[in-house]
Design a binder for this molecule. Structure first.
Ligand SMILES: *[C@@H]1O[C@H](CO)[C@@H](O)[C@H](O)[C@H]1NC(C)=O
Length: 155
C-alpha cells in the first residue's frame, strides 16, 4: 500500500508536489523553517465528480500524539473562504490509528477525505493546515501550506 511513497527528510521551504492532472494541481510546503520527516499523498488527483480522496501519510512526529487538534483555513483567490477545527485525537477512545503515536515513532496512516459536499470552482486556493498537540492551540506540531489550482469548473 505504501510502496509508492518515497520517504525523505524534506528541506524547509521546498515545495513538495502532490499531484497534477488536467483539472487539478496540488502542492505543499511547511509553514515553518525546520525540516520535517513527513510525506503526504492523495488520490485521485481531481475535484471532478466530488470524489472521496484516499490520503496516505507517513510522519515521524516531534512529540507524542496524545491530543491532536487541527485547524483548517482555506483562502480562495486571496479571500478567506473556510475555517474549521477538528479534534482528531482527544487522548481516549480515538478512532484514528495515528492517535497515541510516540515521539520519534514512524506513523503510516491511510484515511479517506470526503470532499463530496464541497464544490470547488475554478481558481487558486491556499489551504493552511495546523496541528496542535494540546487543546489550547499553543503547541504547534505541524503546519502545512497547500497550494491548489483548479484549472476549470468541473460541476
Ligand atoms: C503559504 O504560501 C504562500 C505562497 O505559496 C505564502 O504567500 C503564504 O504566506 C504562506 N502562508 C503561511 C502561513 O506560511
Amino acid at each position: 500500500m505504501f510502496g509508492f511513497l518515497f520517504f525523505v527528510l524534506l528541506t524547509p521551504g521546498a515545495s513538495e508536489f502532490l499531484c497534477a492532472s488536467p483539472d487539478l494541481e496540488l502542492s505543499y510546503t511547511f509553514c515553518d523553517s525546520t525540516p520535517h520527516a513527513f510525506t503526504f499523498n492523495v488520490t485521485p488527483c481531481t475535484v471532478a465528480n466530488r470524489p472521496t480522496w484516499e490520503a496516505a501519510l507517513t510522519w515521524i512526529p516531534r512529540s507524542d500524539i496524545t491530543v491532536l487538534k487541527t485547524i483548517f483555513n482555506v483562502w480562495y483567490e486571496g479571500a478567506k473562504a473556510l475555517h474549521w477545527r477538528e479534534v482528531l485525537c482527544s487522548g481516549a477512545d480515538d478512532e484514528y490509528s495515528l492517535c497515541g503515536a510516540l515521539k520519534g515513532e514512524t506513523i503510516a496512516a491511510a484515511f479517506d477525505i470526503k470532499g463530496s459536499r464541497i464544490a470547488f470552482p475554478k481558481g487558486n486556493y491556499n489551504i493552511i493546515l495546523e496541528g496542535f498537540s494540546d487543546d489550547y492551540e499553543k503547541d504547534i506540531i505541524m503546519c502545512l501550506n497547500f497550494t491548489m489550482t483548479v484549472k476549470h469548473d468541473t460541476f
